[in-house]
Design a protein around this ligand. Structure first.
Ligand SMILES: Cc1cc2nc3c(=O)[nH]c(=O)nc-3n(C[C@H](O)[C@H](O)[C@H](O)COP(=O)(O)O)c2cc1C
Length: 258
């Protein structure tokens, strides 16, 4: 199993790192695993310049293409990507957010359908749910299958042995399932995301946007999901219903004034 960890903490050996080490321990119980670490603090990934070239012409035109191509290849070359960020002001760190911003086009041209993501976060006591939900949305938007989420209280992990053991047991369970279930059927969340992006891609046909062509090339306008994974009748009905409401929900006339 090839695993890449993308770490959005400026602390190299901090709490998120401790969780990844626990994941490593669980992987090694099943199969000797080497984790390839990418510390976002160490690579020179500039802030997204909002040139929108990734949307209009392609990701190869990104002003940060040297770094983004390296990151993209790292993610494409492995089986599992661990996305890890501590909670900063109830959200992912700026390092992690900048990483997501630089890959914003991925929501419109997803490609990680046969790869699994593990989402890791660590907190002082709050914001774990919000941070992990955001990371989950990004991973699903990019096409990943979610193998699991691990959220911990960093300080407790270092001081409370029983808590640490409990986290390790749950991680063992997560990793065992990852090895057992090679491919999963799309969840309701994944189907809803697919329909949302299908609606968006269809709407972009008039703009100079390459996402429309990408969807057309892949034949996704006629499909129920990105892959040929089996979808139950119930999920198909749900997904078609979502498709109808997405057309109304995704509007360019959105306004919130209170
Ligand atoms: C700038 C900054 C902002 C933080 N914001 C929060 C927060 O909103 N809520 C919280 O519970 N902990 C917060 N923390 C604590 C970290 O989430 C916590 O210490 C985490 O375990 C650090 O993980 P790391 O060692 O992998 O960086 C913050 C820490 C820093 C440095």
């Amino acid at each position: 199993m090839k695993v890449t960890a993308i770490l959005g903490s400026p602390r190299k050996k901090g709490d998120c790192f401790n969780v990844i080490e626990m994941l490593q321990k669980s992987f090694n119980r099943v199969e000797e695993t080497q984790i390839d670490y990418i510390y976002l603090n160490d690579i020179e990934l500039g802030f997204c310049k909002s040139c929108l070239l990734c949307y209009t012409k392609g990701e190869q035109y990104c002003p940060h293409k040297e770094v983004t191509t390296m990151l993209l290849n790292k993610m494409l070359e492995c089986d599992v990507v661990i996305f890890a960020s501590p909670v900063y002001e109830q959200h992912v760190t700026a390092l992690m957010k900048n990483f997501y911003d630089n890959f914003s086009f991925m929501f419109h041209r997803p490609r990680f359908f046969h790869k699994r993501a593990i989402l890791v976060s660590s907190t002082g006591g709050s914001g774990l749910k919000e941070t992990l939900s955001y990371m989950k949305m990004c991973a699903i938007g990019w096409g990943f299958q979610i193998a699991g989420t691990v959220g911990v209280c960093g300080a407790t992990l270092k001081t409370d042995e029983a808590y640490k053991q409990n986290v390790q047991n749950n991680i063992n369970h997560l990793v065992n399932n990852l090895f057992k279930n090679k491919e999963s059927t799309p969840t309701l969340y994944q189907l809803a995301m697919f329909r949302a992006m299908q609606s968006k891609a269809l709407g972009s046909s008039k703009k100079k946007d390459i996402s429309f062509e990408y969807w057309k090339e892949h034949g996704w306008f006629e499909k129920e999901y990105y892959t040929n994974a089996k979808i139950s009748l119930f999920k198909k009905i749900y997904s078609r219903f979502i498709r109808k409401i997405m057309k109304k929900l995704i509007t360019t006339k959105l306004m919130i004034i209170r």
